[in-house]
Design a protein around this ligand. Structure first.
Ligand SMILES: Cc1cc2nc3c(=O)[nH]c(=O)nc-3n(C[C@H](O)[C@H](O)[C@H](O)COP(=O)(O)OP(=O)(O)OC[C@H]3O[C@@H](n4cnc5c(N)ncnc54)[C@H](O)[C@@H]3O)c2cc1C
Length: 384
């Protein structure tokens, strides 16, 4: 059994870590304007990442990308999550990410949608969540009904990210509501300027994210914009949703790493009642536990990423990573805030931003309770 990262991934990790320390942490409290980076910061950082060869990391080689393994991406994402400089849910600074349904398209769909995304000419949003179908997409009400060479779509979506300025949606709709997520949901590419499609309102979240509510009123979508087979929407989405869960897990790891760095320094400097905080058992035990959990979470995440790369991961592997590491990230940010006292609550430190972001990951990408319930069913099957 080999526990060391391959040499090329280790070098990549060191490069990204240096980049984060030198270029991102110094600007992290002033890099963003609302939900995104300031335009001048974005262009400067993207110029640097291009120069460093850190561009189109997850894009297949046939489209000019680096096609990095999920293990390599996980290592990069963790290092990036040590800073709050970059928006938590993208867009990142390594060029367009295609870790989505876009990779499952047919050649003519790739020509029209994927390639313009890679050239930076188009952007996409993913629209699944609805008022009555969040964690439970099986009960979605948005319907797509085939009429000749079109599907006619009616419904309502909410909490959809990255709609502002986007060109099209990767939209999930029910084509056979009776079947729910077992063959009843399909994915469509829907242009945002389609007649009948309107942005109804914005929702502002505590992490700075803005999401949108969308109404679909008899929106006509050509049959050629169906992704894959009708009714296979969830299956199509599953592979990249698992990758996204690994991504979210690495956020928890990066936050934990940074919090350990911050607690470590501060606890040895800050003196209360005549002794450094580091001499207090309450702080020592918390640091020891966080460090142990960090090592555990990283092993779990690297193993899952490795399994995904080998094609042998189940969605439950990704659930375990997401549950464990996102809860760890929140615990680390919370302890870090506590040990920094009032300083930890100020916006002069990154702790409160890490805390807010980590809190949100306990809900987005699937609440932990829902994943635990599904995981438990699998565990019971193992131990009948
Ligand atoms: C910032 C942000 C960005 C987002 N971006 C997108 C996007 O781009 N596209 C998109 O489609 N969606 C997006 N979402 C929506 C997100 O995926 C959903 O919020 C999430 O899936 C949870 O759905 P819900 O909010 O409707 O919660 P619900 O499903 O209503 O669940 C509420 C709570 O009930 C509990 N619960 C639910 N089911 C169970 C159960 N079976 N057992 C025990 N407890 C349970 C959990 O505590 C859960 O947190 C975004 C959300 C946010 C906040």
């Amino acid at each position: 059994m080999e526990f060391e990262l391959p040499e090329e991934i280790r070098l990549l990790k060191e490069t990204v870590r240096r980049f984060v320390d030198r270029e991102l942490i110094p600007i992290e409290l002033k890099a963003m304007d609302g939900p995104d980076l300031r335009p001048e910061v974005r262009s400067a950082l993207e110029a640097k990442t291009r120069e460093m060869g850190l561009w189109l990391l997850d894009t297949p080689k046939e489209y000019g990308g680096q096609e990095l393994s999920l293990l390599a991406l996980a290592v990069i994402w963790e290092e990036m999550a040590r800073t709050v400089a970059i928006p938590p849910r993208g867009p990142g600074i390594f060029g367009p990410s295609v870790m989505s349904i876009l990779l499952n398209l047919r050649p003519e769909q790739k020509e029209k949608y994927l390639l313009p995304v890679l050239r930076g000419e188009k952007t996409a949003a993913f629209a699944q969540t609805e008022p009555d179908a969040g964690s439970d997409p099986a009960h979605m009400r948005t319907r797509a009904v085939r009429q000749g060479e079109h599907y006619v779509i009616n419904g309502y979506k909410r909490f959809i990210s990255h709609v502002k300025g986007a060109d099209f949606l990767q939209l999930v709709a029910a084509t056979d509501p009776e079947k729910g997520s077992r063959g009843g949901l399909s994915v469509f590419l829907v242009d945002l300027d389609s007649p009948g499609l309107s942005v109804v309102r914005e929702n502002h979240h505590m992490m700075g994210d803005v999401t949108y509510e969308l109404a679909l009123d008899n929106v006509k979508v050509p049959v050629e914009n169906l992704v894959g087979e009708e009714g296979q929407g969830m299956r199509e989405a599953q592979s990249w949703i698992s990758r996204n869960r690994v991504h979210q897990a690495t956020h928890g790891l990066g936050v934990t790493q940074r919090c350990l760095e911050m607690i470590g320094k501060y606890a040895q400097q800050r003196v209360t009642f005549g002794e450094p905080l580091a001499k207090r058992q309450a702080v020592q035990f918390a640091v020891a536990d966080l460090y142990t959990k960090y090592q555990t979470g990283q092993l779990l995440t690297h193993r899952t990423a490795w399994k995904v790369d080998k094609g042998i991961a189940s969605r439950h592997d990704a659930y375990m990573c997401k549950i464990y590491c996102t809860e760890l990230g929140f615990e680390a940010a919370d302890r870090c805030m506590q040990f920094h006292g009032a300083m930890g609550l100020t916006t002069e430190m990154p702790i409160e931003a890490m805390w807010r972001r980590s809190r949100s990951y306990l809900i987005t990408g699937g609440p932990a309770e829902v994943m635990r319930a599904t995981l438990a069913r699998e565990v019971f099957k193992l131990y009948q």
